[in-house]
Design a protein around this ligand. Structure first.
Ligand code: PHE
Length: 456
């Protein structure tokens, strides 16, 4: 690298590109790695019976998630605007129609709705930092840990406050556009999170129930697999990879021309999947060791991991670090959730970044109270998929993201001309052919089959 920087005119550009590529990979990884991996994956896998669900999820990640992510990045880089404008622009350019901007619009809406409940759960992780510091989990029994969680989410003022604090933090960082600080944070956070997951894994291996956890996650029982769980696996693949709503498209808009989209996507997908698998392997043995149930729902992580921390040496320290890191991971994901909307408002309505962020942030904060109340005052108010929280989650993860992803691959695979896409992907060789096969046939047909069977 240094030898290339010897005094000619290219010096700064070579260095600049390297740094930007890293910045891009870190930003997308920061957006992908979050509550989806550590909080949502284990509880959804638990609710859907484990093994078969995990297998379908992994297939969705590779066969659908990967081509959708590559399509999103290449569309973003080609358009170089906010997702709404980019889809409109490319829609016209590639001979289609302007209406493709609706895909961008749906993404903005999905981001708002997802963050409205994501922030509530992120608020729990913030509160669990304080609980960890105060030693609340030291030597605690499963019942005591469960009661702590129940009492906490049962008080709407407490979790409303935590949600408010998290939204304030998110608005603050997005409004200031502190990419530099973010880059450093992600660079440290992802490896640190991996290390802590390994520590927890070590603990789980010693729990005496590791085999049971492993069997639950990797022994597929296809009898138990319904179309509903297949859709949940597909939705989880989209959610955890941050695809289908324009976050990755917005980030792709700032990507240097010569960066390999395939390489960047593969790196992000690998890191994200590894962290989710580790989370499952750490949590399920604890579930069985403590006589808990895998189908415990959104409280699963909060009812299991504190048990491990409460029993290990240095548990107060590790538990505190863990929830700090998880909050950070949620924070960097929140930025990705707001970015499409903020970029759109800035460009379309000519507002400053701060104004756009505050407007979107306040809207999200207000909507979030629907989810805050779902765990207490309105916990019995159920329709369609369950509580308000359940419905917002179902609508976004299981409908909006797969639909967005479907339209994105159809656009990249069928509407954009072959040359535009091979140009962006930097090859027309075997790799390009595989991508095109997945983007034109496998991904769209797969998404359609699952959506049709699960929703009818
Ligand atoms: N991928 C994030 C997570 O797993 C959530 C997310 C979804 C972030 C969509 C941005 C866009 O926590």
């Amino acid at each position: 690298m240094l030898s290339n920087q010897a005094g000619d005119g290219k010096r700064s550009s070579v260095h600049g590109h390297w740094s930007s590529r890293m910045a891009f990979i870190l930003a997308v990884t920061g957006s992908a790695v979050g509550l989806g991996n550590i909080w949502k994956f284990p509880y959804i896998a638990g609710q859907n019976g484990g093994g078969a669900f995990v297998l379908v999820y992994l297939l969705c990640v590779v066969l659908i998630g990967m081509p959708v992510m590559m399509s999103e990045i290449l569309i973003g880089r080609r358009g170089r605007r906010n997702p709404v404008r980019t889809m409109e622009l490319l829609g016209q350019e590639e001979g289609g129609s302007r209406h493709w901007k609706l895909v961008g619009g749906m993404g903005v809406l999905a981001g708002v709705l997802i963050l409205s409940y994501y922030s509530v759960v992120a608020g729990w992780t913030l509160a669990y930092i304080l609980k960890s510091v105060s030693g609340a989990f030291v030597g605690a029994t499963p019942d005591a840990v469960g009661a702590q969680f129940g009492n906490f989410v049962g008080d709407w003022r407490l979790i409303g406050l935590a949600h408010t604090v998290f939204m304030a933090l998110s608005i603050f960082v997005v409004a200031r556009g502190v990419e530099r600080g973010l880059e450093q944070a992600v660079r440290f956070m992802v490896p640190a999170l991996l290390l802590l997951m390994l520590l927890l894994l070590g603990y789980s291996i010693n729990s005496g129930y590791f085999g049971q956890g492993l069997a639950f996650m990797f022994t597929p029982d296809f009898e138990r697999l319904t179309w509903g769980s297949v859709l949940a696996a597909l939705g989880q693949a989209f959610f955890t990879l941050s695809i289908g709503m324009g976050a990755v498209m917005a980030y792709g808009a700032y990507l240097p021309e010569e960066t390999s989209i395939t390489g960047a996507s593969a790196a992000v997908v690998t890191a994200d999947t590894a962290i989710a698998m580790l989370a499952g392997l750490a949590i399920f043995p604890l579930v069985f060791a403590n006589n808990l149930t895998p189908a415990d729902g959104p409280g699963l992580v909060f009812n299991t991991l504190p048990l491990a921390f409460g029993q290990m040496a240095g548990g107060v320290f590790f538990s505190t670090i863990f929830f700090v890191l998880l909050s950070f991971a949620a924070w960097t994901s929140a930025i990705g959730l707001m970015e499409p909307g903020v970029a759109w408002i800035v460009e379309h309505f000519n507002k400053t970044r701060a104004q756009a962020t505050i407007a979107i942030g306040l809207l999200i904060w207000v909507i979030g109270f629907g989810s805050v109340l779902s765990f207490n005052v309105l916990s019995d108010f159920k329709f369609l998929a369950g509580t308000i929280f359940d419905n917002v989650d179902y609508l976004t993860s299981n409908i909006m993201l797969p639909l967005g992803g479907l339209l994105i691959v159809v656009f990249a695979g069928w509407v954009m001309c072959r040359n535009s896409t091979s140009d962006e992907l930097g090859t027309s060789g075997a790799l390009f052919k595989v991508w095109r096969l997945l983007a034109r046939f496998v991904a769209p047909i797969g998404i359609l089959i699952v959506l049709i069977n699960a929703v009818r």
